[in-house]
Write a protein that binds this ligand. Structure first.
Ligand code: FES
Ligand SMILES: [Fe+2]
Length: 373
């Protein structure tokens, strides 16, 4: 991390007109990645999916998180819970993939748990002195939801999700995101730093080149936000969730406010989640950092339940899914090249464009969470 010098960091913090991009170590250093894990990824809310993906008691989904394997499961009383996906006996993974179960049964020695996490069965434990079932339930992870979006947090002292979101709910009020349903998800592995994925998702400087065969050049404006999120709006009178040559198959949501009608909001909810909210739908880019140079990008799409229930929904939605996948793959392609270049000993922080304003802000938000930098 030698290039994370006070001079380079001061240049990254300078006003945009004179600022430089971040030093390479910000994206390549294992030490920085470890510090981010401790001070950013395990301290803040991260997105874990939609409530409507798990509608019934016993519905579960395992997931990878910054703190290790986790599971979401809906209890018999209808409450959604999140737990470490770790058996309390000797630590086997309990559930994989998605499904529905009445009891969670460990595949190793068959301890079992209720869907609310309490320990149910534990064979041959009579000899264990002081063993207490109540103390050996699954370890919960803090879970809060807004508008059907589920967020988790390993930090029990963190602000509430609503405080974290600031004025995000007001900005999105007329989209009525709580009435949406998740209909599609895609998991992509990418050989790049997690911050590159999010920085790229918050500038339209690259779209005319990287996406020349898909969405093409875009015009955007940065909107003011309060709370732990950023917002860029791509200006377009119609939804840009389908490619320019394909008319959106679904109508605009009724009674959108004036700003919402002007285009698509591209947001980052710090630290690892983008919600893109268009006139007719929303999609997310959710980033799971694995290592300094490795990330998982999950893309998911949601539509208002009124259109999801239409008979021709899937046929029309295919154009949206194709666009989301194509653009995500184009982005990963360029970001893997950027990550490779950041490994050069001759890399130097470069000057920024006025269109890189949110790139700079994203980097500084992370940098400012790290002690001594
Ligand atoms: S590790 Fe789960 S029952 Fe032994
Ligand atoms: Fe892009």
């Amino acid at each position: 991390m030698t290039d994370l010098s006070p001079e380079n960091l001061a240049a990254a913090r300078a006003p945009l007109q004179t600022a430089k991009s971040m030093p390479a170590g910000f994206y390549t250093s294992d030490e920085i990645f470890a510090a981010e894990r401790e001070h950013v990824l395990l301290k803040h809310w991260f997105f874990a999916g939609r409530e409507d993906e798990l509608p019934n008691p016993g519905d579960y989904r395992s997931l990878e998180t910054p703190g290790g394997p986790a599971l979401l499961i809906r209890a018999d009383d209808g409450k959604l819970g999140a737990f470490a996906n770790v058996c309390r006996h000797r630590g086997s993974i309990l559930l994989e993939g998605t499904g529905n179960c009445r009891r969670i049964v460990c595949p190793y020695h068959a301890w079992s748990y209720f869907s609310d996490g309490r320990l149910y069965g534990c064979p041959d434990m009579e000899d264990a002195e002081g063993f207490d079932r109540v103390e050996n339930g699954l370890i919960p992870i803090r879970l809060e939801t807004w508008a059907g979006f589920v967020f988790l947090n390993y930090n029990n002292d963190a602000l509430s999700l609503l405080e974290h979101l600031g004025d995000f709910p007001q900005r999105m009020a007329t989209h009525r995101l709580e009435e949406m349903r998740c209909t599609w998800k895609l998991r992509l592995e990418s050989a790049c730093n997690w911050k590159l994925l999010l920085e790229n998702a918050m500038e339209t400087y690259h779209t005319g080149t990287v996406h020349k065969d898909s969405v093409g050049a875009q015009v955007s404006r940065t909107l003011n936000t309060q709370g732990q999120w950023l917002c860029l709006q791509v200006i377009s009178g119609r939804s840009i969730a389908t490619l320019p040559g394909t008319e959106p198959g679904f109508p605009a949501i009724e009674d959108l406010d004036d700003d919402a009608r002007k285009g698509t909001y591209f947001t980052v909810i710090h630290p690892t989640c983008q919600f893109a909210v268009a006139q007719d739908c929303m999609w997310w880019l959710n980033v799971l950092p694995l290592a300094a140079d490795r990330s998982v990008l999950e893309v998911g799409g949601c539509f208002p339940e009124t259109v999801v229930s239409q008979p021709e929904f899937e046929a029309k939605a295919a154009a949206y899914y194709d666009r989301w996948e194509m653009v995500a793959r184009e982005d990963i392609g360029i970001l893997e090249r950027q990550q490779a270049a950041l490994g050069s000993v001759l890399y130097r922080p470069g000057p920024l464009s006025g269109r890189d304003d949110l790139v700079q802000q994203l980097g500084l938000w992370v940098l400012n969470q790290l002690p001594n930098l």
